[in-house]
Design a protein around this ligand. Structure first.
Ligand code: ADP
Ligand code: MG
Ligand code: MG
Length: 883
């Protein structure tokens, strides 16, 4: 087996660039080399070697030594330098790279190959003594930190002392001799902490770093990350060894990061930051404030330091050409790392760039319009769950705001919440239900949980590509970064700015689209859904098979649902209509009545109200099916609580308060969710369903007469377990229809069906389908009844269940495909056997969850029904499931 693949200098052993074998970074270095881009030569040790390394008990096979020697020889040949030879020393970087970028993996080691002799050679050949000693001390510090895992504080302290001694504040003020002296101190720290001198043999250095990369694959952090993200341990990581190029060789050198399009808004404009005379991660570390890439961006920000376009026009031109080549090659927006060494451009990394939902949408639509990708690919590229971000409010431009500072618009969207100054507090207060804004000087990987818990993130340091900015965009959290004017005192839990003080718990608002920071809460407005959003939805609808309906019961819900493209109502819960203040008394009178006669008196009052509800819904949903569920909840939910409520009902019904209270006590249930609810109400009090059915048909006839287009009612009976229940209820409904049609002299087509939300109903679906013309899987209740878990009480233990891998995800959020899913498949199959054209749909939270929607597609259901705001998500997810 070949374990080493070379790249650069006209070589690309990897061929098409296999990510599984070479890791993401290695495959793309190879890919860039293969299309002739300037990549410093190097080689990749494969992920297969990592796997074998662990299988063999953490030793390297002899053959690897030979292959690595071949790899080094390749780099030496291309660069003309020699590894470990003082005359013209080759320096390399050692970089980890799994299939997908993964926290927990070893950080990159730069400048490997320096020792007490080669540093002198480097000084001579570069003509820059200061640069050589600075590089050596950086190397010792990095190697000690990431490979030897020594305490880095001691090194930082030594540097601080060196500066203090000289009265300097900036690293750049230190001279070659200062760095040389510091190298001596650093080596002493290594000797003291490690018990051995800093490795002088460059091959020992190399193998130490290679071993550390493979070792980091099994680090605790990496393991946790893999567990949380379902990444198999067997994948392994690759190691990339690559010739160093230097961005810190004076003012014609630079290093930077860039995106081929704006990752925040998606505009087709190069986007990035760079630093003159700097190395590697100086840009992302936020130590110096980076400069803009383009003149336009600099001017838009009103910044002074020249952009790369202005400061280095030739190299910038070359970089722009590379951006275009990379987009054409990878057919996606790229996130790039580059270095300029004495006017010469080198590419160090490229990958598909992370982006906000807004940018993902715009980039997908633009690229399809540019002909770079197909419309179907565009549909496949946008994460449906991320659309959520776009469907949420932004700050009302007209609302008054008390702006106290301005930073970089690092991740769009607006958020208000209490200021907190550390991630643990953020998590804690979010757990208590507070909206939280996490305020940090800068963030690091240790802040992930706090960022996740927060509604928004605010930092004092760091640019648009800082940790805070990148992670916030990925999570869809609004973020304002680099607010230099914030004086944060995390210990005292406060920040000061412009003579104001904000303490922990004070409410602030951030606008990640403008960079503004405000005191207090600011009003928000609903998003605009035309433009790219509409275009992508249209393309999605072309490939989608599943219909998408909405769960809606108010005229407002129905209007929102239609504007989001719902193709009908999949669940109209009639009980919500009963809570209306104007009619609750009549509802209570009906429930508390002693007999049918008493109930009918109250139901007669409710009939016109209920008819009015349906008229409005049918009008809004003209031409589309509307599934109306008859009364479902346990009656106790409607019972009066307060004395005056009893009095009101007593007066309306003309009975005594004491009698009413006795009746209320009779209705008490120990386990109401499994009690007198659903069709059990209809079986015991058929007059309730009769009234509802009458209201539906009267409304349907009324709308048909008025508008000329007949509504399509689908009357749904809840909580059916047996064929007989449905049969009884269908009679009630059909009789109401017959009566209404006879009275009005007009007939309306309608369906009668049932929810499948009890395991027994799923099992007996074949029989039930003899009566029911459609099934709607009520997966909220079906999950409760199948798992025997109450949704309202599950919070106490479900997280533990998910942590321990008992359920992969919260089964109330994402369908338990294994268990509940099997019941659905079985019911669908048995139902179809009896009635081949039976209409099948799903309602409940799962109807808006992409993974559950994929299951519905695979099971061949006819439609999914989701809450109005999730309708666009469902449309996109359904399209992707069909691709
Ligand atoms: P990460 O995965 O954290 O981005 P990288 O391996 O990309 O780690 O390395 C981080 C930074 O180190 C790069 O952005 C680049 O600036 C610098 N770097 C890596 N290899 C080299 C090299 N051969 N020459 C110069 N700089 C390098
Ligand atoms: Mg890193
Ligand atoms: Mg990188």
């Amino acid at each position: 087996t070949q374990y080493v693949y070379r790249f650069g200098g006209g070589v690309s052993d990897g061929g098409k660039g296999n990510k599984n074998l070479l890791g993401g970074k290695g495959a793309n270095l190879d890919g860039m080399a293969s299309i002739g881009l300037p990549v410093p030569p190097g080689f990749t040790i494969t992920t297969e070697m990592c796997t074998r390394y662990y299988e063999d008990g953490q030793v390297f096979p002899e053959s690897l030594k030979t292959e690595v020697a071949g790899g080094i020889a390749h780099i030496e040949k291309v660069t003309g330098k020699q590894f470990g030879v003082a005359a013209d020393p080759l320096l390399v970087s050692v970089r980890s790279g799994a299939r997908i970028s993964m926290p927990g993996m070893m950080d990159t080691v730069l400048n490997l190959g320096l020792n007490d002799e080669t540093v002198v050679g480097l000084a001579a050949i570069s003509g820059d003594e200061r640069f050589a000693w600075d590089s050596y001390r950086r190397f010792i510090q990095m190697y000690s930190d990431v490979v030897l895992e020594l305490d880095h504080g001691a090194f930082e302290e030594a540097l601080e002392i060196a500066k203090e001694d000289k009265g300097f504040t900036l690293d750049t003020e230190l001279s070659a001799a200062d760095w040389q002296a510091l190298v001596k101190k650093y080596k002493a720290i290594v000797q003291e902490q490690w018990g051995k001198p800093f490795p002088q043999d460059v091959h020992d250095q190399l193998w130490g770093a290679v071993g550390a990369v493979f070792g980091s694959w099994q680090s605790e952090r990496a393991k946790v990350y893999r567990r949380l993200n379902d990444i198999p341990g067997g994948w392994g990581t690759a190691v990339n060894v690559q010739a160093m190029v230097f961005g810190n060789m004076g003012d014609t050198s630079a290093t930077g990061v860039a995106f081929t399009r704006d990752p925040s808004k998606g505009d087709r404009a190069y986007y990035g930051e760079f630093l003159i005379n700097a190395q590697g991660e100086d840009v992302v570390a936020g130590i110096r404030t980076p400069q803009y890439l383009t003149k336009a961006a600099r001017e838009a920000a009103g910044a002074k330091p020249l952009s790369m376009e202005e400061a280095m026009p030739e190299v910038y031109g070359e970089l722009a050409r590379v951006f275009d080549l990379l987009e054409t090659h990878y057919r996606d927006m790229q996130d790039i790392e580059f270095t300029v060494e004495r006017g010469h451009l080198w590419m160090l990394q490229t990958r598909s760039g992370k982006r906000t939902a807004k940018a993902a949408l715009k980039i997908a639509v633009d690229m399809a319009n540019e002909g770079l990708i197909t419309q179907q690919e565009a549909v496949a590229r946008v994460d449906p769950a991320a659309l959520d971000q776009l469907l949420h409010p932004t700050l009302d431009p007209a609302a008054p705001r008390d702006v106290i500072a301005k930073g970089l618009p690092a991740s769009p969207g607006a958020a208000s919440g209490v200021a907190v100054f550390d991630s643990d507090t953020a998590e804690h207060r979010a757990g208590l239900g507070d909206s939280v804004i996490l305020v940090r000087v800068e963030t690091s990987p240790e802040d992930i949980h706090g960022m996740h818990a927060a509604k928004g993130i605010l930092t004092a340091r760091g640019g648009m590509t800082s940790h805070a900015a990148v992670v916030a965009r990925g999570m869809g959290r609004p973020c304002v970064s680099g607010v230099g004017s914030l004086a944060i005192d995390a210990k005292a839990k406060l920040f000061r700015v412009a003579g104001r003080e904000v303490k922990e718990g004070d409410i602030i608002t951030i606008d990640g689209s403008t960079g503004e920071v405000m005191v207090g809460k600011v009003a928000t407005v609903e998003p605009e859904l035309a433009g790219d959003f509409g275009v992508l939805m249209e393309w999605a609808d072309k490939v989608r098979r599943l219909k998408v309906r909405a769960n809606a019961e108010t005229p407002l819900d129905c209007k929102v649902a239609r504007s989001f493209g719902a193709e009908g109502v999949g669940l109209c819960r009639t009980e919500h209509m009963f809570f209306d203040a104007a009619r609750i008394t009549a509802v209570r009178q009906m429930i508390l009545a002693e007999d049918e006669k008493g109930r009918r008196v109250a139901l007669d009052k409710l009939l016109p109200e209920q008819r009015g509800d349906f008229v409005q819904i049918f009008e809004i949903m003209a031409g589309l099916p509307v599934t109306i569920r008859l009364l479902d909840p346990p009656l106790h939910e409607f019972l009066p609580h307060a004395e005056e409520e009893f009095a009101e009902v007593a007066e309306a019904a003309g009975v005594g308060i004491e009698a009413l209270k006795r009746r209320a006590a009779e209705l008490h249930e120990f386990n109401p969710m499994l009690g007198h609810r659903g069709c059990r109400l209809g079986v015991t009090y058929p007059e309730i369903y009769e009234m509802q059915a009458r209201a539906i048909f009267e409304a349907a006839v009324e709308v048909a007469e008025k508008s000329g287009a007949a509504p399509i009612p689908e009357v749904m009976v809840p909580l059916v377990a047996t064929r007989r229940e449905l049969e009884l209820m269908k009679d009630v409904i059909d009789n109401a229809a017959k009566a209404v049609f006879a009275e009005k002299g007009r007939t309306i087509d309608y369906l009668v069906g049932t929810m499948i939300e009890l395991p027994r109903a799923a099992l007996k679906a074949g029989e039930i389908a003899e009566v029911g013309e459609f099934f709607s899987f009520g997966t909220n209740d079906l999950t409760q009844t199948t798992l025997g878990v109450s949704r309202d009480d599950a919070g106490r233990f479900l997280t533990t269940y998910v942590d321990k891998g008992i359920y992969a995800r919260d089964p109330f959020v994402s369908l338990d495909v294994d268990g509940v899913g099997e019941l659905i498949e079985l019911a669908a199959e048995r139902g179809r056997k009896t009635r081949p054209n039976i209409k099948l749909g799903i309602c409940g939270e799962h109807g808006g969850d992409p993974a559950s929607i994929a299951f519905c597609e695979a099971t061949g259901l006819d439609y999914v029904s989701a809450s109005p705001y999730r309708v666009p998500i469902a449309r996109l997810a359904a399209a992707q499931a069909a691709l």
